[in-house]
Design a protein around this ligand. Sequence first.
Ligand code: MN
Length: 240
Amino acid sequence: MNRRTFLGALGALALSRLGWSKPPAPLYLPEGPLAGGYPYELPPLPYPYEALEPHIDTQTMKVHHQGHHAGYVSTLNKALADLPAFQQMPLEELLANLEKVPAAQRTTIRNHGGGHWNHSFFWPLLTPKPQEPSLELQKRLSAEFGSWAAFRGQLLDTALRLFGSGWTWLIKLPSGRLQIITTPNQDNPLMPYAEVRGTPVLGLDVWEHAYYLKHQNRRIEYLSALWNVINWQRVEALLG
Ligand code: MN
């Protein structure tokens, strides 16, 4: 074994230990495809725009849902208009197989299909009725991250340090282990471009559009506010 082969083998071993070696099987949430079918539509919020006050303000929710999310939906539909084979795929499958999409539409579908899926996933993860995580969920996350406080710290710190626009995720790996990762822009852990692929169980939108109207550059204020409205029951259901 020469030096390069040895280092390659070492790298493969390290990657497989981290769960990076192979992409998981198609990733569906427990309730099946999340984002509807082509032509995609903007899903209604599961609560009124003002429901997350004072944690997330009404104006931000309106612009985020009616402006940003609606824009992703309409651009995704335009990109798919001439691709009948890809119109039939559940969005999860399309995003997991982006490398098969014709190059001319790939980036648009990556950005706007990702945008539609991510926001469809995000809204029900927030709740107007702040809730404590169940003891069972706290135990599960403590077992992975050391303690509930350590989980909170790692999640929010990862989101705080994400450079530019993107998302911070808690994902379930094919092994069942949990990991916190980030993706840039509207990428997500379903995509072949993710540094680690897995099933998302929580996603935090860390784009400035999610907080700039109220918090300007103070991302930490937004993250603390967002923490108060996380729907832990849904996180637990997604964990399975
Ligand atoms: Mn957003």
